[in-house]
Write a protein that binds this ligand. Sequence first.
Ligand SMILES: Cc1cc2nc3c(=O)[nH]c(=O)nc-3n(C[C@H](O)[C@H](O)[C@H](O)COP(=O)(O)OP(=O)(O)OC[C@H]3O[C@@H](n4cnc5c(N)ncnc54)[C@H](O)[C@@H]3O)c2cc1C
Length: 414
Amino acid sequence: MSSSDTDQPVLIAGAGPTGMTAALALNARGVPATILEADPADRDRAGSRAIYVHGSTLRTLERVHPGLGKKQVEAGLVWPTRRTMWRGKDVFKRTYDNPGGDGEFPHFTSLPQVKTEQFMHEALEEAGIDIHWEAGVESVESTPDGVHVETTDGQEWDAPYLIGADGGGSQVRKEIGAEFHGDESENSFIIVDVETLDGNTIEEDPLPFERLFHYDAPAADGRNVMLVPFTGGWRLDVQCLGDDDPEEVAGEEKMREIVADVMGEEYTDNIKWTSTYKFLQVISDKFVDEHRRVLLAGEAAHLLAPFGARGMNSCVADADEAASAITVALQAQTRGVHDHEIDRYASRRKQAAEYNIDAAGQALEYLEDRDPVTVLRKEVAASLADHFEVAGEYLDDAPYGPHDAPPTSAGGNY
Ligand SMILES: Cc1cc2nc3c(=O)[nH]c(=O)nc-3n(C[C@H](O)[C@H](O)[C@H](O)COP(=O)(O)OP(=O)(O)OC[C@H]3O[C@@H](n4cnc5c(N)ncnc54)[C@H](O)[C@@H]3O)c2cc1C
């Protein structure tokens, strides 16, 4: 083990939420870090994407950069009401007096990912951590003593470790010979961001301040729709039917019609972003390279459907644990201890990813009506919801899958 290891910054590929959290988490542990990012500094990161930030993620962000979790809370919102409808009729509605709970951080906050990333950029600046823009990682060579990286701007870098946080198409994953394995959703899903009216806050908008799931919504020609408030707007998720042409449903004309019918005519000019997805449920076959010098984290290591909001939340947990493993490994006096720390990262986060993929997969199976017993259960629950609240609550809860965090994670982290 080389004592000069600690002098060179750890390299991080990617300035998404995973890479930025990893850099902050290393810095908080006294380890210098540098980010290599493929995009230019003035890039546009469109779409609300990860709006639901779990309390455990807020606590992690606050721990690695004091003030960061609190900024998210101040900028985000906590909706007070959960509501579910079935074919035009209410089957469940519950409003909480204190929806965020009594802890220092609320159970969750809802804000667009672009805001989360803005706060992370500010934190990096405060911490004096550099991002090298337009420096995409092209090649990675690892040895027992470190990594050698070449970037698209022609630069070469040597470092004790590289964290591959370069997203779903990760070049780092390819460079270490790792591969994704898994499935894809059957249905397509359309995600639409709709701004509040006239610059209103959510509370001022005419729509009720609630999270709504509507099964077979007549206003969306029998498709499932979900409407979720976040700071500045509404997220409308539309689940395509089996025989839909997703591009046609997501087209401007059809989407204006759906937004008008679900939200109101006055919202049609406020559609800001529309995107069509088939969700991948995939995991990398390895999370670290053979020399334990390259660690994959976030979407470079796993992709999952967004139900239950385990995506970005699990990316933040990966990043924090990768930083922790590297910090300990840097101090290791024997190869055995070094390798053990990095392997432990790989095994813990692989188990967490498998758990999260399974949980998101249960939600996906439920929503796609893959099991006739589940279809029957939904019908029965809808018919009983007027008489038994528990039946309505089942319908309200099930689209998000199980709530539990992976058993390997401390503090409810995903
Ligand atoms: C429609 C949608 C809705 C979502 N909803 C939720 C939600 O409600 N809750 C939730 O928790 N999550 C959600 N997610 C998931 C969330 O957006 C992702 O999990 C998160 O962005 C992943 O972060 P990341 O940093 O791992 O990857 P990314 O955000 O993809 O960042 C990767 C970074 O690496 C850079 N890069 C790429 N290649 C290279 C290279 N070769 N070298 C250097 N840099 C490179 C990219 O430019 C990018 O900046 C959603 C995602 C989508 C698409």
